[in-house]
Design a binder for this molecule. Structure first.
Ligand SMILES: C[S@@+](CC[C@H](N)C(=O)[O-])C[C@H]1O[C@@H](n2cnc3c(N)ncnc32)[C@H](O)[C@@H]1O
Length: 221
């Protein structure tokens, strides 16, 4: 599915989020707070839009995604980035390879969520961190209602105009509706062995940023 939307993926994102995706990416990067000398895995990186900002700030970043189509578009745009084609549930990296792992709008797509979160922990060094940006559940009932109307009625129509694959964007609104809320995702992080789990809402909870750290011992497995 992602191979089919790759070419117009970033333009479609900008239109469907009304440019908010740029603010969400900036907030995610601030939460990762990577310092020069650190190595960051940007998982489900798509075309590498988020990864490019890390690289431009002098951070060693590895964009990894299992869609060869998304990676091809990313590589054409940024040949300097070390893209890796890989599956989030079986990452092609050694244990403790990264200081931080981040995943933006990709965890929802990994079928085995807990398996993916455990695999992210395996490749994060002890004491390292995880930052997840993902669509979530606005706690304010009125905002939540407006957001549902947008997702169910406006987003599919806009996607039909901008995107090359309308079905993929019907899947987007369905998968958002089925995804756990902020506390639910925090619980899944705990189950996968992550600790110091915290979250904060962006755009009134349309997106949530979850942060967690990898305990120093694997005894919590
Ligand atoms: C909505 S896009 C997000 C892309 C990018 N992170 C961004 O913020 O624009 C979701 C991405 O998750 C990738 N993906 C889905 N399942 C995956 C898996 N099991 N392992 C790695 N990537 C996966 C898709 O190929 C797609 O590029």
């Amino acid at each position: 599915m992602f191979d089919d939307v790759a070419r117009k993926y970033d333009l479609t994102n900008d239109v469907l989020s009304m440019g908010m995706d740029r603010l969400w990416r900036r907030a995610t990067r601030a939460a990762v707070a990577a310092r020069p000398g650190e190595r960051v895995l940007d998982l489900a990186a798509g075309t590498g839009t988020s990864s490019a900002d890390y690289a431009d700030a002098g951070i060693e970043v590895v964009p990894c995604d299992f869609s060869a189509g998304m990676v091809a578009v990313g590589k054409a745009r940024r040949p300097d980035l070390a893209f890796v084609v890989g599956d989030g549930t079986q990452l092609p990296f050694a244990d403790d390879s990264f200081d931080a792992v981040t995943i933006s709008f990709g965890l929802r797509n990994i079928v085995d969520t807990i398996g993916g979160l455990a695999e992210m922990r395996r490749v994060t060094r002890p004491g390292g961190r995880l930052v997840i940006a993902e669509f979530s559940s606005p706690p304010n009932p009125l905002w939540s209602r407006l957001y549902t109307v947008y997702n169910d009625h406006v987003l599919p129509r806009l996607a039909a105009v901008v995107s090359s694959n309308t079905e993929a964007y019907s899947y987007l609104s369905e998968s958002i509706a089925q995804w756990p809320d902020q506390r639910g995702l925090a619980g899944l992080l705990h189950q996968a062995g992550w600790r110091s789990v915290a979250f904060r809402n962006l755009s009134g909870g349309i997106v949530a940023l979850h942060r967690a750290s990898n305990p120093h011992s694997r005894a919590t497995d």
